[in-house]
Design a binder for this molecule. Structure first.
Ligand code: PLP
Length: 378
């Protein structure tokens, strides 16, 4: 099986899992327990927290709060800070942000959505035009999960703060963390990450927060995470997140360069007459989004699956016309016909060149077969 749906989730790192195993087999205690085992788990969590944070931010000005997933981190940021006036986001956001903004609208917040450019990044001038003295919150994703498009969130945050220094700036960094060389600037207040996109487990995430910002808790209870996110810590999940992230951070640049080469190799091995490429050359190398012209992405996905290749598609598997086309692809200005052919190939540091070449060959074969069947001429 060739797995090229790593933007959906990655295979957990076996090294990270085996290193963390001791936290379920022997050191299974509650980190809040008053005896020595509890204290020593607290110190393990502290080390993990500081390593996860220092990989992208300075530990003097930022702190790291463990959450149950990237979605919770996004929700926590949005519902804690977008509480008055207007809130601005982009047309490219993951549903963890876009559906939360829809909810904000229901709650009476003036929600403003900035358009995308054809490369899938946000139109920064249009976004800034929406920011005014009543803007309480801005959320701009770092790397788009459907196209890999990168937003320069440090630069955008700086311009937002120049327009309104009181606006809280959040970025969803779930597809960027551990993959894109990056450090948070002082203008970014909140940054969401998730463990399962880089070899950790599903159900573990983090919210990076500027220390001076007071976070009203979203989950209230036993006062864990210094009262900002209650609930007994998922020690195994957190420790395996930290081990997996350390692995990825250590070879981030080599992985980036190699995966970039693979993505371009995959693209150059496809019959380019049959595909439209959505992912720009400057996007995250971990994603290659395409449209198979005149075909349905979902059909391709299932034919590829039958032949042992797992890929993604942006369009929800739904006969509901409203969900049939990726909103992100349409927001980039493509037609519904092109959006219909959307497939996403996404890589991890473990992806091999052989897999890339085999995937290109398979996709060419499937598309050729479908085009013949449907009588589509070159
Ligand atoms: N944000 C982005 C950009 C994502 O790609 C995802 C996962 O698909 C999420 C948020 C949600 O993360 P999680 O699955 O940890 O809730």
């Amino acid at each position: 099986m060739i797995y090229l749906d790593n933007a959906a989730t990655t295979k957990p790192s076996s090294t990270a899992l085996s290193k963390a195993q001791v936290f379920i087999t022997e050191r299974y205690f509650n980190p809040s327990a008053k005896y020595q085992e509890g204290h020593s788990l607290q110190s393990e969590l502290k080390t993990a927290r500081s390593a996860l944070l220092s990989a992208v931010a300075d530990t003097l000005n930022f702190e790291f709060i463990f959450t149950s997933c990237g979605t919770e981190s996004d929700n926590q940021a949005i519902f804690s800070f977008a509480r008055r006036g207007n809130a601005v986001t982009t047309a490219g956001e993951h549903s963890a942000v876009s559906a939360s903004f829809a909810e904000l609208k229901q709650r009476g917040i003036d929600v403003r959505i900035a358009p995308l450019k054809q490369d899938g990044s946000v139109d920064v001038d249009a976004l800034l035009a929406q920011v005014d003295d009543k803007t309480s919150f801005v959320s701009v994703m770092h790397v788009n999960n459907e196209t890999g498009a990168i937003n320069d969130v440090n630069a955008i945050a700086k311009r937002v703060k120049q327009k309104n220094p009181r606006t809280i700036f959040h970025s969803d960094g779930v597809q960027a963390y551990g993959k894109i060389p990056f450090r948070l600037s002082k203008d970014v207040d909140l940054y969401s990450v998730s463990a399962h996109k880089l070899g950790g487990l599903k159900g573990v995430g983090g919210l990076i927060k500027r220390k001076t910002l007071v976070l009203p808790p979203y989950i209230i209870g036993g006062g864990q995470e210094s009262g900002r996110r209650s609930g007994t810590e998922n020690v195994f999940g957190i420790m395996s997140f930290a081990y997996a992230a350390a692995e990825k951070m250590q070879s981030l640049k080599e992985n980036y360069d190699r995966i970039f080469r693979y993505r371009e190799t995959l693209w150059s091995n496809l019959n380019q007459n049959w595909f439209v490429r959505f992912t720009s050359g400057t996007a995250s190398p971990y994603i290659l989004s395409l449209s198979a012209k005149g075909l349905r992405g979902e059909i391709l996905l299932h034919m590829a699956e039958d032949r042992g290749l797992l890929i993604g598609t942006g369009s929800a598997c739904s006969s509901n016309a409203k969900n049939r086309y990726s909103k992100v692809i349409l927001a980039m200005g493509y037609s519904e016909e092109i959006a219909d052919g959307f497939i996403r190939l996404s890589f991890s540091a473990e992806t091999t060149e052989e897999e890339i070449l085999d995937a290109a060959k398979l996709l060419n074969e499937i598309v050729e077969e479908l085009r013949k069947r449907m009588n589509i001429k070159d």
